[in-house]
Each structure stands twice: as C-alpha cells, then as structure tokens.
Design a protein around this ligand. Structure first.
Ligand code: AMP
Length: 591
C-alpha cells in the first residue's frame, strides 16, 4: 500500500528530514511563498493587490494587507454558499475545518486542500518520530489516544465542515496505518456520542493495559476530562470487565460491534486489579498503576492548557508529560524537539515547509507583560526573528489564508539549525479588561500559579480555572472561578477564609502596574474568587460542546464572555472570597 511505504520512508529518514528542513529553513520559506504566489496570485482575492500583474515577494509584502479571520470571512462565506473556491485559492477544496473557537470566541471555517492536508500529515509523523525516538522504538506497544468526533455539517453549497480530528480519523492514512497503534477501535473514535465514546475508549484501554506505552490526546483538557470520567465510571468499567458484558447504555452500533470483538468474556482478575487500584484513597500516580508500561503522556499542555499540568503530574506520578507540537486548524507551526523538557520550558521549532510565516513584533515590558501590539511595525520573516523578542504569528497558506493573524503571541527562545524556536505565550485576544487595564491570558496564568502555591501545603489542588470581568456594578471587578479538590480524593477542601483571601491578594499583587494603580485609585473593586465544586468545569465543557465546540479541540476559556457559561459556574459555587482591601494596600505600599 502506497501510504505504508510513504510512512515507512518518513519513519526511516525522519531525523534526516528534520535536519534538512531546519538547515534550509530560510530557502524553504522563500520557495513556499513563491509557490503560493505562483498558484494563487490570479485569484479574485489576491489579484487586486497585484495591479501590474507582478506577484513577487516585494509586492506581496507591500500590497497584501495583514488580516484577521473577519477579513477573510466574506470569501469563505461565498465559497460556503456556492461560489467556486478558486476566488480564494487555486487548488480544489476538500472540505472546511471547523476550528474550536472556544478561546477566540467564534467558530471559524478554514479551507483544506489535498496539499495542505499532506503538509499537516507530514508534520504529525515528524512529531511522532521525535517523541518516540526519545522514549523507545516506534513499533513498541500501543497508544491510548483519546480522540473524539463531531458531526459533520454541510454548508449551503454542500461542502463538508468538521473539526480536524474528525476529518483526519476518516482518512485512509489514519484508518489503514495509524489506527492499529491505538487501543481505541476506529468505531469508538468515530462515535458521535462523546460519553459512549469515552467509556468504550477507556474500557479498551484498560483491557489492553499491558500494551499501553503512551497516553495521549491533542489538548490536555481532554486528559483532565478523562481522569474525571474514570473517577465517575471506574466501578462500571470494572463491572464490564468482570462480567464480559458491555453496559446497556452503550447503544451506538459501531461501538457495540467493536467492543464485542474486544470484550469477549469475563475477566475477574483484571477487574479485581483495577478495582484495587481505583479504591486506593489517593489517586496519585493512578495512570502509572493502571497502565504499568506507560512511558509518557503526550498532550499539548502549554498556553491555556498549562492549567492542567499539576493535575496530570499528580495522576501521572512522575510519567513525563510531553507537549509535542504547536498546531492549529489554519496551519502546523512547530515541533517540540526536546520532548523531555518540563512543560513550562517547552519551545517549538518551526518547520518551514507547512506555510509561509511572518512575525509581527509585539511590545512587551521587561517582565513579559503585554502592553500593546504594535501592528504598525512591519512583520519580519522567519529568517529575521530575534532571540528574546515577542511576536504574533502571521500565516500565508496554499489554501487561501494570506497574511492572516493567528492571534497567538510567541517568544523566540533559540534556534535549531536555521529554524527559530518559540515558546507559546498566550492568545492575543483573551484578556480581562476594566477601564484601561488589560490582563492577558499569560498574566492571569502567572498570577494564579503564584497564588495556588499557598494551597499546596494544605493538600489542595486547583484543577481548573476561568475568569470574567464583572462590570455589572461600578467600579467593576475581576472574578475568578476556581475548581478545587483535595489531593487524595475528590472531596471539596475545607475552605479557610483567610487562606482564600490571601490567594486573592497574591493574584492582585501579581497583576501589572495599571491594575494596581486603578485598584488603588478605586477604579477597580476587590478581586473576587468563587470556588466551584469538583466537576463544574466538565459541565462548562459540556455546555461549549453542546454549542458546537469539539471535545478534542476544546480549550477551556480563561476568560468567560458568555452569560450562560458564567451562570453554569455560578450555580456550582460553594464559596466566595474577596481580596481584603487593607492587605492589598499594604502590599502596594511595600511594593
Ligand atoms: P484550533 O483553532 O481549534 O485549531 O486551535 C488552534 C489554537 O490552539 C492555536 O492558535 C493556539 O492558540 C492553541 N494551541 C495550539 N497548539 C498549542 C500549543 N502547543 N500550546 C498552546 N496553545 C496551542
């Protein structure tokens, strides 16, 4: 089979391919832009920027505007409504990829072509090679990969739109080659009911526990959800294993069929073993106990996903947590070439063959705090980024995105051969804001990381957080939602008001100068911390999924904009605390 030979070749030559790509990064980027212009300069979208017909790099840089999704949307909508995709790009469209939209707020439709898919696929293989090389030979054992599907929708013109993973799981390359390394039968991945899918995937993972060498998902939020699911369903999973009968609420025909081939008879010994592990008072290291041959957990845990690091480290009990790549529905950006680096130190090496990248300098003060994005500044090429500088990534693809702002802010941390390496900092557009104060995702994450330290000696874990700017009263305030649990159990911790208030203070103290000045001047009220019960953020995720988000691409919103989402967390509130003004003021005067 052609696919197999191709994969074999990539696996055999993977490291050499990487060396070639990174050594020739500058030339490959130039070639990429030339190729995009050669093919697409005649499209309705691009041709108006080349009135003299000369579609070269200089004219591209001078004439083609830097845009956001909103600017491209009219063209995408026209294609979705029946006009030919050649108004935007030359190659035939295969379908649209629906981006999750939970961080940025809106669902986007991103066109995909055969070639843009090829490039993404290549990227995924290289990620796999680098990670596996670090831990073992590629063919050893299986991966418990928690992948989920969403229903495909059709645009008025009949073009299919689905999240990337739903599309990918249906491709021949996945089904005939990669799926055999996964414990989850393809039918369980394609099942559209996420709960039945999760149950069956965990069940097959437990039944094949001795083969599992890797636990993975695209984003860490899915693994956090899986551990909660395991807490809720381990008894039922054990019962299925003990009796050999699948729970009768699993009614999806694909799941039932696939499970009948795996759950073939009673296995009381295995059920006893799993029960014994799950009955343990503390679930510290439970992943390692359930899957004793596991070598690593692979899941994106940088950016907004970093809030799950401590949870996964706790359940993993020392298993390395690998954040393998930086990808999006728009393009594949980079690979983590040092899978063993600690989650907070991860950098992604950009690969120059997936798209043409430009980088808009972002102004940051010394502490890394965002002040302003200077979009008047000219973007620089991949060849010209500077060590230590902050940039927003701008992408140009073969599939119709031209100088498109992805909205992510990155910091250059080094170079691998000629390719820059970036740390993911934050999504540009996720901020808390009152008055002139703007707090970014990264500011919030840092402040909360500082504050939660004081909970650790009490055995309390912060398992998820979100926030919103409450401007319903004047002056407004920032409200944080924290889901807390005890380390050894799911019990709600006893909340000591003094300690919780101190958490509020530390968060406020960690914010920037503008926040403190406005707070001191009375333009911002005391920060409020609302503690919600265990499982509330799962409900929030369900809410977003019901609104169309994909479970696999879901990113917990660091900052809530939806009234309904705020209502969900408010209804799960078990305690609220405010920053005591006096403490804050004394901290300010000390500072
Ligand atoms: P989507 O729009 O659903 O395709 O998700 C793409 C977005 O997810 C990116 O633009 C980033 O904001 C985020 N993302 C992807 N990879 C990473 C990563 N390695 N670290 C942090 N955030 C990421």
């Amino acid at each position: 089979m052609a696919g197999e030979i191709e994969i074999k070749e990539i696996y055999e030559n993977g490291m050499k391919i990487l060396e070639d790509l990174t050594n020739n990064a500058h030339e490959l980027q130039e070639q990429m832009l030339e190729e995009i212009l050669r093919r697409n300069a005649g499209t309705e979208y691009l041709s108006r920027f080349f009135p003299s017909g000369q579609a070269d790099k200089l004219n591209f840089k001078t004439n083609v505007p830097i845009v956001t999704y909103e600017d491209t949307k009219p063209y995408i909508d026209r294609i979705a409504n029946g006009e030919t995709s050649s108004i935007l790009f030359a190659d035939p469209i295969i379908q649209f990829i629906r981006s999750s939209g939970t961080s940025g707020g809106q669902q986007k439709l991103i066109p995909i072509t055969a070639e843009s898919f090829e490039k993404g696929k290549y990227h995924l293989f290289l990620v796999d090679i680098v990670t596996k090389k670090c831990f073992s030979g590629p063919d050893e054992g299986k991966s418990l990969s928690l992948y989920f599907s969403k229903p495909e929708i059709e645009t008025p013109s009949g073009i299919v739109a689905s999240p990337y993973l739903t599309f990918y799981s249906k491709t021949d390359i996945f089904q005939s080659n990669l799926a055999k390394f996964c414990t989850s039968p393809i039918e369980t991945i394609l099942c559209l009911d996420n709960k039945q899918s999760m149950f069956c995937q965990l069940l097959t993972g437990l039944l094949q526990r001795d083969e599992v060498v890797q636990l993975s998902s695209i984003f860490a939020s899915v693994l956090a959800r899986a551990t909660k699911f395991l807490e809720d369903y381990w008894r039922e999973l054990c019962c299925n294993i003990r009796t050999g009968y699948l729970s009768d609420w699993i009614i999806d025909p694909g799941c039932k069929n696939a499970m009948s081939l795996i759950l073939t008879g009673p296995n009381p010994e295995l059920a006893d073993l799993i029960q014994q592990i799950c009955e343990d008072k503390s679930w510290e290291g439970v992943i390692k106990k359930l899957w004793p041959k596991i070598k690593y957990i692979s899941s994106i845990c940088t950016g907004s996903m970093s809030q799950y690091i401590s949870l996964l480290e706790f359940y993993g009990g020392g298993i390395p947590l690998v954040s393998p790549s930086y990808v999006s529905s728009e393009a594949c950006f980079g690979i983590n070439l040092q899978p063993l680096s600690k989650p907070f130190d991860v950098s992604y090496t950009f690969l120059p063959n997936t798209a043409y990248f430009e980088f808009l300098p972002v102004n940051k003060d010394g502490g890394g705090k965002a002040q302003e994005t200077r979009t008047m500044d000219k973007p620089v090429d991949l060849a010209n980024v500077k060590l230590g500088q902050f940039y927003e990534v701008v992408v140009t693809t073969l599939a119709g995105l031209y100088r498109y702002r992805v909205g992510d802010v990155l910091k250059v941390t080094g170079f691998y051969n000629k390719s820059p390496q970036f740390q993911f900092l934050e999504r540009q557009n996720v901020v808390l804001s009152i008055d002139t104060e703007k707090t970014t995702e990264e500011d919030l994450s840092k402040a909360i990381t500082n504050a939660k330290l004081i909970l650790e000696p009490f055995g309390i874990m912060l398992t998820a957080y979100s926030s919103y700017s409450d401007t319903s009263s004047i002056p407004g305030r920032y409200v944080l939602f924290w889901e807390l649990k005890m380390k050894g159990s799911n019990d709600l911790p006893k909340l000591d008001a003094k300690i919780m208030e101190e958490c509020c203070c530390i968060v406020e103290e960690s914010f920037g100068f503008t926040y403190k000045a406005l707070r001191k001047g009375g333009a911002i009220s005391a920060l409020e911390l609302r503690v919600v019960k265990h499982g509330s953020f799962d409900e929030l995720m369900d809410f977003y999924i019901s609104k169309g988000a994909s479970i696999t691409q879901y990113k917990p919103p660091c900052c809530l904009k939806s009234e309904d989402a705020i209502k969900i967390l408010n209804s799960a509130m078990v305690g609220k605390f405010f920053s005591p003004k006096t403490m804050f003021l004394s901290a300010l005067s000390e500072g």
